[in-house]
Ligand binder design. Structure first.
Ligand SMILES: [Zn+2]
Ligand SMILES: [Zn+2]
Length: 331
């Protein structure tokens, strides 16, 4: 099955933590964290609709200026969701520049910054280019507990981890995966066409009822599924965990957000031999991250956020992570 969302670490495992979630059919993208994004093309940056920030340490937020600069002259809204202090942080970043060249005739570009912690949204601010990014309060989203975003076909979940400061971990959960079985369509005498995209989208959004077929006829979504022309499976889960200390409260939340992930990206910054240093900075070691990935039942696990101290020893981190992740039997 072709996945709706393709995730990739834009700077690999050693650079700033930033995960680009590329929507294959939607011509859009989301980011988990906003470190250095210079390796993304302007076109790729142009597709970003949402940025989910774990915390406001520089290696997770320093890409803000490039995002702003590349998007400033294009109408559109980018939503940023992060821990408490995000909306204030965005206001301060914007206040560092002079915006006297902006006005009512400027492209209608805007940023919305939403502060979230485990109890829900705590603050929301909207910054419009046409107002010179003066900023004003905006409406707090009303979402079920544990969700930081919701739209037809997918949700983004979050948990709050302890890194000395709150550090959010995220999971993008697709509702359903929908694929076309061409031979079954042929048997039903139905030609492929744009109608199929609409039918797939409706199924992914959890809808039922009728769709318009290739010749304008009325087709039932249920019939298409029952005949096997459209086949559904559980949606993809992509989890992202970074910057958290090895304490029980974090371990429990990491196992929750990473549970049965199709792909889990998890920080593995230090070798276990340097566990004391990792503890002091409230980071996970590769062995700790690998064991959490295994306990959560992640189908694929990708370590990231390697400390620069292992610049020439990345394979040691990877090997230690893999050994803990693959270890079978007793935990
Ligand atoms: Zn950090
Ligand atoms: Zn970090």
């Amino acid at each position: 099955m072709v996945a709706l969302v393709q995730p990739r670490l834009v700077n690999g495992p050693s650079g700033d933590s930033t995960l680009y979630l590329d929507f294959a059919f939607g011509r859009r993208a989301m980011l988990f964290d906003l470190g250095d994004i210079h390796v993304l093309s302007p076109r790729e940056v142009g597709r970003i609709t949402h940025v989910f920030l774990s915390h406001l340490h520089m290696d997770h937020f320093a890409g803000f200026d490039r995002l702003l600069r590349l998007r400033l002259n294009t109408p559109g809204l980018i939503r940023l969701v992060g821990p408490p202090g995000l909306s204030e942080g965005v206001a301060h970043k914007l206040a560092a520049y002079r915006w006297n060249l902006l006005g009512e005739t400027s492209p209608d570009f805007a940023l919305e910054a939403l502060d979230w912690r485990e109890g829900g949204f705590a603050a929301a601010a909207l910054f419009r280019a046409r107002d010179g990014f003066a900023g004003c309060p905006s409406t707090l989203p009303d979402l079920p507990p544990g969700l930081v975003w919701q739209e037809a076909g997918l949700v983004v979940e979050a948990v709050e981890l302890d890194h000395g400061i709150p550090s959010l971990a995220f999971a993008l959960q697709e509702r359903l995966r929908v694929n076309v079985h061409k031979a079954r369509l042929d048997e039903m005498g139905l030609a492929v066409g744009p109608w199929l995209s609409r039918a797939k989208e409706r199924l992914r959004a959890g809808e039922s009822g009728a769709v318009e077929g290739p010749d304008g006829q009325t087709l039932s979504l249920e019939t298409l599924v029952q005949a096997g022309a459209l086949q559904t499976a559980d949606g993809q889960r992509i989890a992202y965990v970074t910057d958290a200390g090895w304490i029980e409260a974090n371990r429990r939340r990491i196992r929750t957000i990473a549970q049965d992930a199709d792909t889990l990206f998890i920080e593995a910054g230090f070798l276990d031999a340097d566990r004391e240093i990792a503890n002091g900075r409230q980071h996970l070691t590769a062995a700790q991250a690998g064991s959490l990935a295994r306990e959560a039942g992640a189908r694929r696990a990708v370590p990231h956020h390697f400390s620069p101290r292992y610049e020439t020893r990345e394979e040691e981190l990877t090997a230690e992570f893999e050994a803990a992740y693959r270890r079978s039997g007793e935990a």
